[in-house]
Design a protein around this ligand. Structure first.
Ligand code: MOS
Length: 752
């Protein structure tokens, strides 16, 4: 049996740790972007195009301008200069919609901003925006859902700004497929999905001469600073971005969207702070979505279940101008062992807003397709789907030809099957019953990339026994405040409640993006080295301060543990607290900085680094009521060392609930007449809620991955969603006999 992490350690790392920012959140003291108010602040409301393809011929702003309390109606002629941003080094200039707002009069998607009303109150600004009349030269929008590639690029800019070819090939996939004794050839479709974080996107822009401060709901303040500095032609030192709390983002807040430069440009023109908060409807139009995908998967296998050929050819929807890459084939080349493989992709332009990363971009739709195909192949072969996966477990990453840093997927299957009771499965459709309900069982494997972004942090030890850790990363609801406090407490011995955490501000040391599930793994070495550097300085102070108990020693003779300095030879029992030493030296604090380099994006890595996992799910089906419920989930994750199991479990549970939504509920529909996302509200775009969630049993394996950082911690923000929909559709088939290959599964699919 694999060991599961029993979690409760004496040290802060590995211990269930309630959020250190919890009291601030529940008492209302946590300030989200739209909670900030400034003297003289004005409100901005964008005017949205009501066509998805054509041109603005005329804008009539006269009525809006005359309304009392209206300060300005901005549009192409009076907004002032906004430059395009370009990709620079690392995260300097990454955004999905590269065209600055109001750059031309062409409308490419419904809801594109064509004007901006600025007024004394939000209500007045909204009324003024509604009073702006646009005349269009309209053309029929293309929001066709059948995707045929019209664009087949050699190279793409991937999520996180690296450029590479993303198709891959080994052996002779076509030939091996043709001669395979067992073949599967199916196409799987995932719809456009919209991120629906509770907190709406929001910006408040404040100018002070040529210095711009932005309060923004952002998953990446450092990149946002780079983009806005470029757009306004400023040195980046002149831009400060502040994001103290984020009411989640799921990827929609990774990269800047056009409302941010619009608010900044308006604030520059009116000379006052300007706040712009999107409506829920705008969230469906102009701040990204998971693009629709159509994926053909062909598997060739021997009769005893060994894969001999895998072809994954996918097309995804892109916007007219922008080229977000939805990397559906990312995991295909290494998830299983197969000698002959081909992955290709193409893109289909549509009159929709720019696509964007949404929790588990690429791999989530990709693994839905490939894991569904594996389950269908298992049925065809009459082999247990767990056994089929075990039969095709690779020894190394066959695409890169390098070992995995740590891969315990088989142990995930073993534990998941045991906890779920998988051995009691009867494979025939509709053959399992409980309490008059038909049961359906399904499972799937999953993975998510692991790696580090470059990261900086500082740690201070202070004369009152407290510590401070700072890094310009973000807490998007994942628990970064708590992680930074735990890491600092671990190194310094300062209790959690005495560690002050500063994040979400570009005036702090440059921290990582909250994306790719890589923020936690990235900050570990930076915080640890910052703490080590602070401790080294402290030891020098201890050895050199007149009157210090360690005055007669060299710094090298001293050690630090649990907040106390001691002579190595004497051991920690005779240690002196660091605050005592600082007070004797008349020092308020001692500080250290730390930096760690990125591992992500290395084209020739020594190891293939990923997290792994699996889901086992049970659905209940009542054909007489056409009622389908998810009744039980067991999820096992091999994500390295878990720093905060309480928050980690919370991530997986949240992802699983989102997976129920992906499998059964979520899809953004575009009106073929005007190109509008028609279900652009939370009544018509249905997400899974507590009432949809069954008991979710989460287990973490405990295999620290030392290639990632010294704790062996990998990321867990996204992997819980990967593979989940395939487990559900397989369970639905097992219960009902209906194989749904286009998400979401609708009740009408199941009515015979
Ligand atoms: Mo995640 S889609 O990288 O926020």
């Amino acid at each position: 049996m694999p060991t599961t992490q029993k979690t409760q350690t004496a040290s802060p790392v590995g211990r269930d740790t309630p959020r250190v920012d919890g009291p601030r959140k529940v008492s209302g003291l946590a300030q989200y972007t739209s909670d900030f108010h400034f003297p003289g602040m004005l409100y901005a409301v964008p005017v949205e195009a009501t066509i998805a393809n054509g041109k603005v011929v005329k804008l009539d702003t006269a009525a809006a301008e005359k309304m009392p309390g209206v300060r300005a109606i901005f549009h192409r002629e009076n907004i002032g200069k906004i430059f395009r941003s370009t990709l620079g080094q690392g995260f300097e200039g990454v955004c999905e919609e590269r065209r600055p707002p109001f750059e031309d009069d062409v409308v490419r998607y419904y809801g594109q901003y064509i004007a901006l009303a600025v007024a004394d109150t939000f209500e007045t600004a909204k009324a003024a925006a509604d009073a702006v009349r646009a005349t269009y030269a309209k053309e029929k929008p293309n929001v066709e859902t059948d995707l045929k590639a019209d664009d087949d690029p050699d190279e793409v800019v991937t999520t996180f700004g690296t450029r590479q070819r993303l198709d891959s090939k080994r052996g002779d996939a076509e030939g091996a497929f043709a001669s395979s004794p067992v073949k599967l050839d199916q196409t799987y479709v995932t719809p456009s999905e919209t991120h629906n974080p509770l907190e709406l996107h929001a910006t408040t822009a404040i100018w002070d001469g040529s210095t711009l401060t932005l309060y923004e709901s952002s998953q990446g303040v450092v990149n946002l600073r780079g983009v806005l500095a470029q757009m306004f032609g400023l040195p980046k030192e002149n831009v400060r971005v502040i994001t103290k709390f984020v009411g989640s983002g799921f990827g929609s807040k990774l990269w800047p969207w056009t409302q941010c430069p619009l608010a900044a440009a308006a604030a520059r023109q009116v000379g006052k702070p300007v706040k712009l908060v999107l409506s829920r409807k705008m969230m469906f139009q102009s701040v990204g979505h998971r693009p629709r995908t159509q994926q053909r998967v062909r598997l060739g296998a021997t009769r005893d279940g060994k894969l001999v050929s895998l072809q994954h050819d996918y097309v995804y929807q892109r916007s007219i101008l922008d080229a977000h890459h939805e990397d559906c084939g990312e995991a295909t080349p290494f998830q299983y062992s197969v000698a002959n493989l081909r992955v290709t992709f193409g893109r289909a332009r549509r009159n929709v807003g720019a696509g964007a990363d949404m929790r588990g971009p690429g791999r989530v739709p990709g693994l839905y397709a490939t894991e569904s195909a594996m389950n269908e192949l298992a049925d065809q072969l009459k082999i247990d789907p767990v056994k089929l996966r075990i039969l095709n477990e690779p020894k190394i990453d066959e695409s890169l030809g390098v070992p995995f840093s740590s891969r315990h997927l088989l142990e995930c299957f073993e534990l998941g099957a045991e906890k779920f009771g998988w051995s009691r499965r009867s494979p025939e459709v509709g053959s399992m019953k409980r309490d008059g309900l038909t049961l359906g069982w399904g499972m799937a494997g999953c993975s998510w990339i692991a790696g580090r972004f470059s990261s900086e942090a500082s740690v201070e030890l202070r004369d009152d026994g407290t510590a401070r850790v700072a890094s310009a990363t973000q807490d998007i609801g994942t628990g970064m405040y708590t992680i930074l406090a735990q890491l600092t407490s671990q190194k310094t011995g300062v209790p959690l409640d005495k560690v002050e955490v500063a994040l979400g501000d570009t005036s702090l040391p440059e921290g990582p993006l909250s994306g790719g599930s890589m923020a936690t793994e990235s900050v570990v070495p930076a915080v640890f080295s910052a703490a080590d550097n602070a401790i080294t300085s402290l030891l020098t102070i201890a050895a050199t301060t007149p009157g210090s108990p360690f005055e007669k020693h060299k710094p090298d003779d001293l050690a630090f543990e649990g907040g106390r300095v001691f002579v190595k030879a004497d051991g920690p029992a005779k240690g002196v607290p660091f605050d005592d030493l600082l007070r004797r030296a008349n020092l308020r604090l001692v500080s250290g900085s730390g930096r760690s380099e990125a591992t992500f994006g290395n084209p020739k890595p020594k190891f293939s680094t990923h997290s792994w996992g699996c889901h086992f799910v049970e659905v209940t089906w009542q054909p007489e009521l056409a009622r389908l419920r998810v009744s039980r989930v067991v999820t096992v994750m091999d994500a390295g060392r878990i720093i905060n199991p309480l928050a980690g479990r919370n991530q997986i549970v949240g992802a699983v609930v989102m997976g129920i939504g992906m499998a059964l509920l979520e899809h953004t529909s575009y009106d073929p007449q005007n190109g509008a996302p028609i279900n652009s509200n939370l009544a018509d775009y249905v997400v899974a809620v507590n009432a949809d969630a069954p008991p979710i049993d989460v287990h973490f394996l405990d295999f620290p991955d030392k290639e990632i950082n010294e704790l062996g911690a990998r990321g867990i923000g996204e992997i819980g969603l990967a593979g989940f929909a395939a487990a559900i559709t397989t369970a639905v088939h097992h219960a009902t006999g209906v194989r749904v290959r286009e998400l979401p599964v609708k009740i009408e699919n199941l009515l015979a």
